[in-house]
Design a protein around this ligand. Sequence first.
Ligand SMILES: [Zn+2]
Length: 343
Amino acid sequence: MSATAPDPVLAIDIGGTSLRLALISAEGDTIGDITRHDVRFAADGCADPGAMLGLMAPHVEAAQMRAQSELRIGISLCGNVDLLSGDAILVPNLGWRNVPFGRLVSEHFQAPVCVATDVRQAALAEAIWGAGRGVRNFAWATVGTGYGGYLFLNGRLYGGAHGFAGNFGHMTLDERKGFPCGCGRRGCFETFVAGPALARAGQAAHDAGDSAILASLAEDGIISTRAVFRAIELGDAAATQIVNDAIRLICINLGGMVNTLDIDLIVMGGGVTEAAPWFVERVNADIRAYLMTVEAQSNLRVLRESMPNAALWGAAAHVFAVEGVFPRDLLEEGLDHRVIGVE
Ligand SMILES: [Zn+2]
């Protein structure tokens, strides 16, 4: 790195089960290892923000020691975040509602901070360092604990009127037959295709006595998402049908989005896409049946995420973009993008 290159950013990705940290340079390289901690939950089922600051502290101090200038922190959070204030508006997996997390981190460590939702950070990382580089219109899609994504349209992140664009997982598929959704409604696509839906369907097959293989993989009678994918590897028909059904619904959902927006790239991440090496390739093949135009049928690419954890990389990319290291017009239009900072 040259003497004028910006210092790396301490990137932090906070999911529903784990917190990951890494120092990431403007070239998109990690300096040192990616560290992982389990998120700790209090007795009320909520993650304690103070405990999270405690997990971060040794990493922040080590990074501050090695920084040439003031250490900046980028954060990716698994829920809705107000981009300007850095407040966590609603993070169901952490039990957070209106937690001013960006300000807490900034004040606690006396450091400038940028915070945004994980899907948005992942899309930004793909736009800067990944498969979205040079692509004017694409979507990021995550299939994991939830199902959803973020949009990059006309060469920049697209937040919509309130910063909530990209919630295609919360299009209603069938509110009459569907299950309750984390968003408070019922029958969203997410309730049919995300990891918990696959586990639930596997559980139902097991409880009905439909699969000796699933029965052999049950732990204390419980079928996990991982067990459903393991059952497929073992040739189980019920598990294969469950994931085939989910892939079909994902293709209907994403295909409809391609027909609506005329995007030519979808980058997919999340635990379910990582559970089987063929998952994203299957979406890439099967989605063709739901595309309206021959142009989309021939040009659309559905790819796996370009980085080990695009949301973590995006947390760093966010800081660099706000600082102008990358063009600021990659970011959402009409917002005064700033770091949450100490004066
Ligand atoms: Zn929903």
